[in-house]
Write a protein that binds this ligand. Structure first.
Ligand SMILES: Cc1cc2nc3c(=O)[nH]c(=O)nc-3n(C[C@H](O)[C@H](O)[C@H](O)COP(=O)(O)OP(=O)(O)OC[C@H]3O[C@@H](n4cnc5c(N)ncnc54)[C@H](O)[C@@H]3O)c2cc1C
Length: 336
């Protein structure tokens, strides 16, 4: 089921009960009274006007994580630099403002680590993601899953392979992403030949791929020149040798994945952009989704759910939003 399939019944239930949803409103801060209780929210509309809302029962912070904020997300992992993109862009770009509002109200942070992140975009071509054209994130994703990793190699800006091409595999104490993030400027290519491109219908041309992020050339020597990868030819020749012998002497790619030589021109090189996907940290909450202060006691009137909350592990993704959201609502509704 898609997110929409999950959210629409909630929407219908909420609005059916008289609930009102205001779109394009940005939470700027929460109001805290003299006793430390959260009593309202300061919100900015699209016209820049500020509205103040008094909370009858409480405020639930649900503004996602800080994965789209290059400064803050470096607290999670210093390797998550500016040149990475956050998944969900351009539809959601959580900047951590909800978490920070909770911190200003006295909440503490907990449990920050990254899980299942960074990511490669998994559909081929910019177009699939609805990115604005000319976006600086214009590099296409790859339709890479399972067996497709057998048909490509990943190279760095010198044109050297740097990893065994296996998705999420335990590569002996490190992951594909650890290796990718360690490359100079995190500048990465996927290289494959035309037989693979045709097989998976990977179209490297604009508008499927942004110009400047995907290249095609009749020979490997030309492709190396176009993409400024001086070692590419040598790398591909060595890799093809490993396919012949079924033994990857450099990175130990398993024999069952050494099935396809990169040999039939034209040849393609597509830039990879790594993504930050799922951060597990956020505001510390209790079983009622109440935000906890430095004394580990709940801050009256303040709740957090979804990726704004951390520490309470109830699974990732939607369950993490739905369950704590429900606990917050139940507690707030019955609180005095
Ligand atoms: C590509 C992709 C695929 C996924 N696939 C799955 C899946 O298959 N299954 C699954 O369970 N989960 C999946 N997830 C994860 C799931 O979508 C998220 O975990 C979930 O949507 C998090 O919900 P959230 O409400 O906490 O945050 P978000 O969905 O990030 O929503 C937060 C919202 O708050 C807004 N916001 C931020 N700050 C403020 C502010 N100050 N004021 C007002 N609004 C603000 C943001 O713009 C955003 O709209 C996927 C996520 C992505 C990106």
């Amino acid at each position: 089921m898609t997110g929409r399939g999950i959210m629409m019944p909630f929407y219908e239930y909420f609005t059916g009960k008289g609930g009102q949803i205001l779109l394009e409103q940005k939470l700027i801060d929460v109001y805290v009274d003299g006793n430390g209780a959260v009593v309202g929210a300061k919100v900015q509309g699209p016209d820049g006007k500020i509205q103040n809302y008094k909370a009858n029962k409480g405020v639930v912070l649900a503004g996602g994580s800080w994965k789209a904020n290059p400064e803050l997300r470096r607290l999670t992992d210093p390797r998550f630099t500016e040149n990475m993109i956050s998944t969900g862009y351009p539809f959601v770009a959580p900047d951590g403002s909800a978490i920070l509002a909770g911190v200003r109200a006295g909440g503490i942070l907990v449990g920050d680590r990254c899980e299942d992140t960074p990511h490669l975009r998994r559909k081929f071509g910019t177009a699939h993601y609805g990115f604005p054209k000319g976006s600086k994130y214009g590099a296409p994703g790859l339709g890479i899953s399972g067996p497709r990793w057998a048909e490509v190699i990943f190279t760095n800006k010198s044109g050297d392979r740097f990893v065994k091409e296996l998705d999420k595999a335990n590569l002996g104490g490190y992951t594909f992403y650890d290796a990718a993030l360690a490359q100079p400027d995190q500048f990465l290519w996927t290289v494959f030949d035309d037989a693979t491109a045709k097989k998976y219908k990977w179209d490297t041309k604009y508008p499927t791929c942004e110009e400047g992020h995907a290249f095609t050339a009749g020979t490997l020597a030309e492709l190396a020149k176009l993409t400024n990868q001086p070692n590419l030819e040598k790398t591909v020749a060595r890799y093809n040798g490993f396919v012949d012998t079924k033994k990857d002497e450099d990175f130990d790619k398993p024999a069952e994945s050494l099935t396809k030589k990169i040999e039939q021109g034209p040849f393609h090189a597509v830039r990879l952009v790594l993504c930050v996907h799922n951060l597990t940290g956020g505001l510390a909450i209790n079983n009622n989704s109440q935000v906890l202060g430095q004394d580990m006691k709940p801050i009256k009137g303040l709740y957090a759910a979804g990726e704004t909350a951390g520490g309470l592990y109830v699974g990732n993704g939607m369950p993490r939003a739905i369950m704590p959201g429900r606990w917050a609502g139940e507690h707030a509704a019955t609180s005095k």
